[in-house]
Ligand binder design. Sequence first.
Ligand SMILES: C[S@@+](CC[C@H](N)C(=O)[O-])C[C@H]1O[C@@H](n2cnc3c(N)ncnc32)[C@H](O)[C@@H]1O
Length: 263
Amino acid sequence: MAIDPEVSRYHSKGGEQSRLTEAPSLERIRTQVLLNRYLPAPPARILDVGGASGVYAEGLAAAGYEVLLIDPVPLHVELASALDGVQARLGDARDLAEPDASADAVLLLGPLYHLLERDDRLQAFREARRVLRPGGVVLAAAISRYASSFDGFFRGLIDRPGFASIMTEDRRTGRHHNPGDQSQLFTTAYFHDARELADEVTESGLHLNAVLPVEGLLSWAPGITDRLRDPEQLEFILTWLESTESDPALLNAGSHLMAVAYA
Ligand SMILES: C[S@@+](CC[C@H](N)C(=O)[O-])C[C@H]1O[C@@H](n2cnc3c(N)ncnc32)[C@H](O)[C@@H]1O
């Protein structure tokens, strides 16, 4: 199964190796909080589908999980294979070369970003459901429908030629295309509305537990990276996110969403 050549080219440049590790990242910290909350205790078998170079897989393996990372980009598989305790293999979320009921958890922290067709996203969820043991958990990340609008207004990208029409199209259709040489921008992607993500999970036959904000409103907070370096502020931020995560009014207002569902 082939992925979009644009997506392959973008990820083959290796940006995922440093994206979440160069500086403290609220996306990474809060995702780890959600993994800690919902994953079964180790030892358990986790498929990290779309796991890139292993930013989460490495820590999960160190924590005692059996981790198989599956990703369509050869560079990602090569880098992840070199991590202690992580097995990695080429593959696609829509067609997992794994037996039925063979995993305790499936992470989809990336594939949904790049599946523009609803049928493809449903197929990824159905595959997750197939390979999970009954009661196994899926954690699936999506990019919010307004991500590029916020980047436009809060990070000033709207001043770049062509960006206003890109973000208008993103908001209207969810389909993010980035024509021309806008190398600093994200590649071809799908941006979800929270209700749509919930519907896709349910339609695939999984049992939806929650759709949660990952970074929530704090995606856009000035100085957030520095605040994360201070343990007291970090704790306050994580408590704030947890105490507001059930407010539906805030769901679409951050960069990423996380669906939690059971087989
Ligand atoms: C933005 S990265 C996210 C990586 C990492 N899981 C994270 O949360 O930071 C998206 C990942 O999804 C992978 N991907 C793209 N299309 C995919 C597909 N159809 N099946 C599985 N993975 C896919 C990419 O190769 C890339 O590693």
